[in-house]
Design a protein around this ligand. Sequence first.
Ligand code: GLN
Length: 188
Amino acid sequence: MKKIGILGFQGAIIEHERQIKAIGHEPVIVKYPEQLEEIDGIILPGGESTTMGKILNRTGLMEPLRGKIQSGLPVWGTCAGMILLAKELVNDSVTHLGVMDIAVRRNAYGSQIDSFATKKVIPAVDSKEIELVFIRAPYITSVKDGVKILCELDGHIVAAEEKNMLVTSFHPELTDNTAFLKYFVSKI
Ligand code: GLN
């Protein structure tokens, strides 16, 4: 059984917690730097990246979390979590953890009412179709060498990985499908 952290300040925390339990692992809601020592991987949930970035700084978790990721802690950023991990935000002057070699456009599909769901096979993850839920989602506009693209939708990159880092524009935790979570756990 793996201990899987979920950054616990804001956003879709209980949804990830539910899926982690459903596949037999132990969720840990992470709010303090000490907790980084007890987990095998961490999920940065969807929510609001500006708010999460501010709280990460205010609580002193930003630096230790960045250090852990840089030294190999497996991390999966969903939606706002993708924004937190990106080295470049094409429509924002601030970056947050800034560890993954991707450039990301925030709110790339428009505002809340432009949220949508679709289905797609992501071969690296599962041979069956996965429901992809986009909520005020970002997408990746470019990647550097070393980043593997896992899924594109209408010509935009919506899932990718680089070393110990995995990102998705969409929210698998809002569906009953645990294939993406299992894929993340397989990398731990
Ligand atoms: N638009 C949000 C942001 O910029 C992300 C939306 C989400 O995580 N569902 O932080």
